[in-house]
Ligand binder design. Structure first.
Ligand code: A3P
Length: 288
């Protein structure tokens, strides 16, 4: 385990940056051997990319609109972060389809997921909005070292010294290795611009048929407005947040990065984007 000098809350293990208090090396090592079922659904995202949004959408689709008693459980219970406290969990009794959430890079997820067993839904968001959201998030939670300003954050960020390392490695790693998985790549911006079509796309990938009424309900319960006031979605542990936890659902838009980045910072990110992602056939919407 390698400590991260700038941030006492973080450490690196197997090339990935973790929050010290939220993981153990044993969890990560054991997880490799986890037996994936063909019906398992993994929702994976780099932090601040719409992880909880996808948890909500997928769990609504799979639980038939809260009709299976899941209305009493939080998102994190319906679709737990698999890397969290893994060695103390027994997922073997969970009924199928089991839903899991993860921020892990492609090379740390269970080996058996790589044989196209189970399904992976990877949600990605444009890196500038991710960085803006991450910067604000740092100021909200107890397990992060606050950066004094965005410039400071950006330096730390680009060195990979934030939870989950850099966006570029995560997105590029997953996308480049997508052929190894049963894989749906979807962007946060697609969800923002046409949530209904995105939900249909996810249903198709999962082989789920919802009638119009069910579809409308999933869409309605997955809007920013609904999720912000849904106690089961907006349900982080109390000690996780420094301030009002409602801030987690902060803006939920495309282009908020413009309120925090200078032109020079934005151009620098464009340049890095071109170098690292230029060859990949994926496009992000940065502005509407
Ligand atoms: P902002 O900080 O830009 O508002 P994650 O769950 O991966 O941590 O991502 C959090 C980001 O997703 C936050 O972005 C949050 O507001 C946004 N988000 C969560 N639910 C959303 C929804 N239903 N619609 C739009 N954005 C949503």
């Amino acid at each position: 385990i390698v400590p991260v000098a700038e941030d006492p809350f973080l450490c690196q293990y197997k090339g990935f940056t973790f929050v010290k208090d939220a993981f153990t090396p044993e969890d990560i090592d054991l997880l490799e051997k986890f037996e994936v079922r063909g019906s398992d659904i993994f929702q994976v995202a780099y932090p601040k990319s719409g992880t909880i949004w996808m948890q909500q959408i997928v769990s609504l689709i799979c639980n038939e609109n809260y009709r299976n008693g899941s209305e009493n459980t939080t998102n994190a219970v319906r679709s737990p972060w698999i890397e969290s406290n893994f060695s103390n969990q027994d997922y073997s009794k969970r009924p199928s389809p089991r839903l899991f959430t993860s921020h892990l890079p492609y090379y740390l997820v269970p080996k058996s997921l790589r044989n196209k067993r189970g399904k992976v839904i990877y949600v990605a968001r444009n890196p500038k909005d991710v960085m803006a959201s991450f910067y604000h998030f740092e100021h909200m939670i107890t397990l992060a070292q606050e950066s004094p300003d965005f410039e400071h954050f950006l330096k730390k960020y680009l060195a990979g010294h934030v939870f989950a390392g850099t966006w570029f490695d995560h997105v590029c790693g997953w996308y480049s290795n997508r052929e190894d998985f049963n894989f749906l790549f979807i962007t946060y911006e697609e969800l923002i611009l046409d949530l209904r079509s995105a939900v249909i796309k996810i249903c198709q990938f999962l082989g789920k048929q919802l009638d119009d009424h069910e579809l409308e309900k999933v869409v309605e319960q997955s809007t920013f407005k609904s999720m912000k006031v849904d106690p089961k979605t907006n349900a982080m542990p109390e000690d996780f947040f420094k301030k009002d936890k409602e801030n987690f659902f902060r803006k939920g838009t495309i282009g908020d990065w413009k309120n925090i980045m200078t032109v020079a910072q934005s151009e620098m990110i464009d340049k890095i984007y071109q170098e690292k992602m230029g060859d990949l056939p994926i496009k992000f919407v940065f502005d509407i």
